[in-house]
Design a protein around this ligand. Structure first.
Ligand code: PLP
Length: 362
């Protein structure tokens, strides 16, 4: 095989090599069925066991808290921006949103189309480069839920702690940091994530929620947009993205092999640590974008003194086999997305490159 790229793509993103190789070995003939998993009925026992296994593995990684259900949906996290208020923001209620950047704003935009919302906290004054304090939130009695974005993929900020919200369900868009660290699922009513950053390939969205949030949707909602449809049918109301779900199951096995969430977290801290150290110890040559206490372990955003130098950095990293280091088009700069599957060696190679680039251009 040719050398693997040092893949720092923001999403779709790197997958564990072991997972790709296992999938390749099973690609044409899944467990001696004479077919690929892609060619099977989603109503057959073989596919259904993969589907159910992936749900069980996910809940196991979170310590199997009681009363939660996993859904596999389509349309990306972006569809959840609409499905959440459609299902949960009912007449007479209001939904609280934490404004932390681009992804939070997209979620807010959808909710506003559907019902009454309020901004519970915002970090706009820091141009979203820090995170708001959530320790003293005041939520009205008729709050349907509080929504936050655990990791802002574009700005590079990530909540370290989550607020207690009492009887108000806390909902998190975890698209870019799900399964990257331990957290207590029981403090959430719902978490959701498009799979293509930390869970597998694009095409499936994982929703993990307390069952009571899924069991009864407003009567007027179309069938496919209703959580209760997917809940009652175990995410098999219509044809699921079966190959993507199979891949998620393989990624979950791989996470188990890394020591579960605690093991992955340790590795992620080490990975992010060497990269932030390279930035902080560059004498100001590299400038981290996010405030130190808000820095993401998944998306490391930084800048150089000029856009010309950034262009040069992108060009040279490209020649050296690094992929995906350009910042999001809306903010510019540089970004290394270092999700679970990005190996330590890739980050270590980047740190070496950065050191060399600094010496040549400082
Ligand atoms: C990538 C991303 C999304 C969008 O996901 P889609 O699956 O493309 O809809 C939403 N939220 C966050 C935090 C993301 O990183």
């Amino acid at each position: 095989m040719n050398k693997r790229a040092f893949n720092f793509n923001a999403g779709p993103a790197a997958l564990p090599l072991e997972v790709l190789q296992r999938a390749q070995a099973e690609f044409v003939d899944y467990k001696e069925t004479g077919m690929s998993i892609m060619e099977m009925s989603h109503r057959g026992a073989v596919y259904e066991s993969v589907h159910n296994e992936a749900q069980t593995r996910l809940l196991n990684l979170f310590g199997n808290p009681e009363g939660y259900k996993v859904l596999f949906l389509q349309g990306g996290a972006s569809t959840q921006f609409a499905m959440i208020p459609l299902n949960l923001l009912t007449e007479g209620k209001t939904a609280g949103y934490v404004r932390t950047g681009s992804w939070a704003d997209k979620a807010i935009k959808e909710a506003k189309l559907i019902g009454e919302t309020f901004i519970a906290a915002s970090s706009e004054e820091s141009k979203f480069m820090s995170l708001p304090d959530l320790s003293n939130l005041s939520l009205p009695d008729h709050t349907a839920y509080l929504h936050l974005t655990s990791n802002e993929t574009i700005g590079g900020t990530e909540f370290k702690e989550f607020p207690g919200t009492g009887s108000v369900p806390l909902i998190a868009d975890m698209s870019s940091d799900i399964l990257s660290r331990s957290f207590d699922l029981k403090s959430f009513g719902m978490v959701y994530a498009g799979a293509q950053k930390n869970l597998g390939p694009s095409g499936v969205t994982v929703v993990i929620a307390r069952e009571e949030l899924l069991q009864e949707s407003p009567k007027h909602l179309p069938t496919i947009m209703r959580y209760d449809t997917h809940y009652k049918n175990n995410s098999l109301y219509n044809t699921p993205p079966s190959f993507a779900i199979y891949m998620v199951n393989e990624v979950l096995k791989w996470i188990e092999e890394q020591g579960g969430l605690a093991g992955i977290e340790q590795l992620n801290r080490k990975k992010a640590g060497i990269l932030y150290d390279a930035i902080d110890q560059s004498g100001g040559f590299y400038k981290g974008c996010a405030a130190k206490d808000s820095r993401s372990l998944m998306n490391v955003t930084f800048r150089l003194a000029s856009e010309e130098l950034e262009k040069q950095f992108i060009k040279e990293t490209g020649q050296a086999g690094f992929v995906g280091l350009k910042g999001h088009r809306s903010v510019g700069g540089l970004r290394a997305s270092i999700y679970n599957a990005v190996p330590y060696e890739a980050i270590s190679a980047l740190v070496d490159f950065m050191d060399d680039f600094r010496k040549r251009n400082a």
